[in-house]
Design a protein around this ligand. Structure first.
Ligand SMILES: NC(=O)c1ccc[n+]([C@@H]2O[C@H](COP(=O)([O-])OP(=O)(O)OC[C@H]3O[C@@H](n4cnc5c(N)ncnc54)[C@H](OP(=O)(O)O)[C@@H]3O)[C@@H](O)[C@H]2O)c1
Length: 331
């Protein structure tokens, strides 16, 4: 039997509480350690989730020879530093999204991963589901005709969060674009398979973070994308890819509203629409299994890295545009 990928967790983040049970349920991985800024917190967390070893610092966890890989659900401003440290310690890295707070950092992280021959993957989950694969195949198959427009929105009401939540902190890498817009941008690039030439964005700012952003991306070959990210409307996570013959619509692309029935629709030219359901394991498990497969393959140059870096480059340009008020050109 192939040995399990032994994963250590950096920090006691909220998201880790939903990811850990799916690592435990995976046939390919196990959680073996947690590190926190506070030993007491690490011990309590370890007790709650049945984790063998608790450390009072992230550095201590990185010295553990029983840890093959780390999961980094730290605030975005810390992703770069801890990915580079983990890579230097020879650990594979599953890093939460956004990969970093800018493309310079993202590039440094990727270079460190390649240099130390470890797998780095950003933790966007939905890419690794069977539904995403089916939707992308349809878009690339020509079934929609010539694809012209990708539109998406990912928002939720931020008033349910505490004021000190990392999403509201500029210094921790908050803001709606990096938090949820990241999914819209990544999806648009993944579906269109190219980089935009120009982008424009406008935002509602609060304490130097974008509480809501609207943006437009212009691509070669008459393709465009637009998106909305935000912390000040109800929970929405929909996308549409429109072609000259049909449109593919998904009202919950990042996470199915009903986990039993992940769905999407084909809207046809005659006004009819067909619903499709593609079931898959929990998102977190799909991600963990994809990560373990990469670790096993030893493929440190995998394609997801390119998508993460390009997503970050587009986010940089959108933030620049939202601040300057002008259209930004990408290299
Ligand atoms: N993929 C997804 O579906 C998904 C969903 C939600 C969030 N996320 C991402 O996961 C990451 C964490 O988000 P979260 O909401 O789970 O965060 P969170 O609950 O606030 O946890 C962040 C953790 O980072 C550690 N930390 C270290 N320095 C910190 C500081 N100065 N301020 C706050 N925390 C600090 C803390 O652990 P210790 O105190 O134990 O060291 C804390 O528990 C973000 O990048 C977010 O975008 C991804």
């Amino acid at each position: 039997m192939t040995p399990l990928v032994r994963i250590g967790i950096l920090g006691t983040a909220r998201i880790a509480k939903t990811v850990i049970p799916q690592i435990a349920a995976s046939e390919h991985a196990d959680v073996v350690a947690v590190g926190s800024r506070s030993l007491a917190k690490a011990q309590q967390f370890a007790g709650e989730f049945g984790i063998e070893t608790a450390y009072g610092s992230y550095d201590a966890l990185l010295t553990d020879a029983n840890v093959d890989a780390v999961y980094i659900p730290l605030p975005p401003s810390m992703h770069c530093e801890w990915t580079i440290k983990a890579a230097a310690a020879g650990k594979h890295v599953l890093c939460e999204k956004p990969l970093a707070i800018n493309a310079v950092q993202a590039q440094q992280m990727i270079e460190a991963a390649v240099r130390h021959e470890i797998v780095l993957l950003d933790a966007v989950m939905w890419y690794h589901t069977a539904r995403a694969e089916v939707m992308r195949k349809i878009v690339l198959s020509g079934e929609l005709g010539e694809v012209r427009q990708v539109t998406s929105a990912f928002t939720f009401p931020g008033n349910a969060l505490a004021d000190d939540n990392l999403r509201f902190s500029a210094s921790l890498g908050g803001g709606s674009l990096l938090d949820v817009g990241w999914y819209c941008i990544g999806m648009s690039l993944w579906m269109l398979q190219q980089m935009p030439e120009r982008v424009f964005a406008t935002a509602r700012w609060q304490n130097e973070i974008d509480l809501r952003m609207n943006g437009i991306l212009w691509f070669p070959h008459n393709q465009m994308a637009s998106f909305e990210s935000g912390f000040d409307t109800i929970r929405r996570r929909w996308m549409e890819v429109a072609g000259t013959n049909a449109a593919l619509v998904c009202d919950d692309f990042t996470k199915p509203w009903n986990a039993e029935k992940p769905r999407f629709w084909m809207h046809n030219a005659d006004g009819t629409s067909d619903q499709n359901i593609v079931t898959h394991p929990p998102l977190e498990r799909c991600l963990v299994d994809a990560f373990c497969q990469l670790v096993r393959s030893g493929n440190v140059h995998h394609d997801w890295l390119t998508l993460s870096l390009q997503t970050q480059q587009v986010c940089d340009a959108l933030l620049k545009s939202a601040r300057s008020g002008v259209v930004e050109t990408l290299p």
